[in-house]
Design a protein around this ligand. Structure first.
Ligand code: HEC
Ligand code: HEC
Ligand code: HEC
Length: 475
């Protein structure tokens, strides 16, 4: 476990040798001035929001069209082209481009989603083929350069809120298939609002220095010592599916901390849990079929349900994955080195059915009372005992006992679930828990949260009214 999360000095050993040579001393001096600036900013504002070679299985997916086209995707014959577009759609879902580039369902891929970063707000651009406001005038080479190097059409540096740090691993062939699919979208004429970044972070060229320390350009290199399945999983998880963007903690420059990969991180209030192979803090104890069920349906009864950003990942992306790809992801996750968060008990191993309702009968309750609020607002679906209704049927009202969100050692996700509800549509089920943010105030939500963690989760995980108020303001 790394202990120092916010003030890690950049380790020159982590920099690719070629880059170190190319930039030389002057650039390094400049880079360190940038660090000094970031540190100063960091001190002033407190910690950042807690926030090739194709592999065999890829080849199985790569149809003749993509191979014959050899980079000239759009020149292939009509049926080959259809296959390429279909593959591109699949890959676009795996990469979840829509999560960030669709802000409004009536304007798919036209951008406009504000993404908050510790440095200000970045708004996603329009990536429909509209020639004026989208990427209709981009060549395939421009597109490839954006995905692999994080450089825009005019040569400008893109911000890493666009996960080119992960997409750089995606093969040329797969990038071109995504491009072929995007070309078939309806062009939408729409210019998203401008970014709102503070100086000096509005200076795109500074990303040269950020990249120097936080970005290694290059395609995925299969590990010949591992199975084809593992390699496919690694390719998906580290590349297209960019799982680390949420699950790996960040250093003070907001780069991924390579020493604690997949060990969990907080973004916009949500805790993307530790998914390393650690048996207590991670998912090392989950069975393969539970991980597959979670990714394909969003529910692994007795373990976890997917709400918030992960609910969206499941609905937009992982529910569409083929069984082969899902199994590959699981095979890879199994091999992620365990990182312990120091937990004595797994998130999903807490709780006992409530037995306090009879005790409450006849007593006069004054003030805000978590148990009473729970009975009034939650018990119809989750039962007053907390054991849920419908067991593990699709769309069941889950048990709050042995649920990772309830048993987590911080109560953020639970409070966010109560504030925003759960809304996840998959082929498996339309899952809907109402949002309570509209008619319960911060004090009431804190009271229910504390009742639920005490009764069904980790009793040490408590939340204050002030913390709920803060979570409410996050997107
Ligand atoms: C996690 C959010 C996120 C995801 C996922 C994402 N993008 Fe983006 N993308 C952004 C942001 C933010 C920018 C703007 C960066 C900037 O202004 O420097 C961007 C910029 C771009 C650009 C540059 C456009 C321009 O006008 O300069 C392209 C092209 C692009 N994304 C394509 C994609 C594709 C294709 C996918 C899926 C494979 C994808 N993005 C997935 C957030 C995302
Ligand atoms: C946009 C951010 C985001 C991305 C991308 C993301 N996750 Fe998650 N993930 C989360 C959050 C947040 C949770 C907690 C959800 C909750 O409390 O309901 C979570 C939960 C999980 C869990 C359940 C852990 C537990 O103990 O409950 C697994 C497994 C998981 N993610 C795997 C993945 C994999 C594999 C990928 C890549 C394919 C991925 N995630 C991509 C945010 C993300
Ligand atoms: C109308 C029925 C309904 C009500 C009322 C309701 N829930 Fe839920 N709850 C659901 C459904 C449906 C899910 C999602 C199941 C799934 O993910 O498959 C859910 C999920 C949850 C989860 C798991 C989230 C996760 O990420 O693992 C928690 C915790 C929870 N509810 C707590 C509450 C609390 C506390 C209340 C009262 C404030 C409440 N629920 C009220 C139906 C309800």
């Amino acid at each position: 476990m790394m202990k120092n999360t916010s003030r890690v000095q950049p380790d020159p050993a982590l920099m690719p040798v070629a880059q170190r040579r190319r930039f030389g001393g002057a650039a390094l001096a400049a880079a360190f001035s940038l660090f000094a600036l970031s540190i100063a900013w960091h001190e002033a504002h407190g910690p950042a929001a807690r926030s090739t070679d194709e592999m065999p299985i890829t080849q199985a997916h790569a149809d003749a069209a993509a191979q014959a086209s050899d980079g000239q995707a759009t020149l292939a014959g009509p049926s080959a082209h259809g296959e390429l577009v279909k593959r591109g759609q699949y890959l676009t879902r795996v990469a979840d481009c829509a999560a960030c580039h669709t802000a409004d369902k009536s304007r798919p891929f036209a951008g406009g989603l504000p993404i908050s970063t510790p440095f200000g707000t970045i708004v996603t651009p329009n990536i429909t083929p509209d020639p004026d406001t989208g990427i209709g005038q981009w060549s395939d080479a421009d597109f490839m350069r954006a995905m692999h190097e994080g450089v825009g059409k005019g040569g400008e540096r893109l911000y890493p809120a666009f996960p080119y740090t992960a997409y750089t691993r995606v093969t040329d062939q797969d990038v071109l298939a995504i491009r072929a699919y995007l070309n078939t979208l309806a062009p939408i004429h729409y210019t998203p609002p401008a970014n709102d970044l503070r100086f000096p972070f509005n200076q795109r060229w500074l990303m040269v220095f950020w990249n120097l320390f936080n970005f290694t350009e290059g395609r995925f290199v299969p590990d010949p010592k591992q199975s084809a399945e593992w390699n496919r999983g690694a390719y998906l998880v580290e590349g297209l599916a960019h799982c680390e963007e949420c699950h790996t903690p960040r250093n003070f420059m907001q780069g991924l901390k390579s020493s604690a990969r997949f060990s969990g991180a907080v973004q916009a209030g949500w805790h993307a849990f530790n998914i390393t192979s650690d048996k207590t803090s991670g998912v090392g104890d989950w069975r393969d079929d539970q991980l597959v069920a979670y990714l394909s349906t969003g529910a692994a009864p007795g373990r976890a349900n997917a709400a918030g950003p992960m609910g969206e990942v499941v609905a937009n992306s992982t529910q569409y994955l083929t069984p082969v790809d899902l199994r590959s992801i699981v095979a890879f996750l199994r091999s992620v080195p365990a990182v312990s968060g120091g937990d004595a008990r797994s998130r999903d191993q807490w709780g006992r059915p409530a037995d306090d309702v009879t005790a409450m009968r006849g007593t006069t309750i004054t003030g805000v009372n978590g148990a009473q609020l729970f009975i009034a607002n939650c018990a119809t679906c989750h039962s007053w005992t907390g054991e849920g209704v419908g067991a593990s049927a699709p769309g069941a009202y889950p048990s709050l006992i042995h649920n990772s969100t309830v048993g987590a050692n911080d109560a953020n996700n639970l409070a966010l679930v109560i504030l925003h509800g759960v809304n996840r549509t998959t082929a498996h089920a339309d899952v809907l828990m109402p949002a309570f943010g509209g008619h319960l105030d911060d004090e009431q939500i804190a009271a229910i949260t504390n009742y639920v963690t005490k009764q069904f989760g980790d009793p040490q995980a408590t939340i204050t009214t002030g913390q709920v108020a803060k979570l409410r303001t996050l997107q």
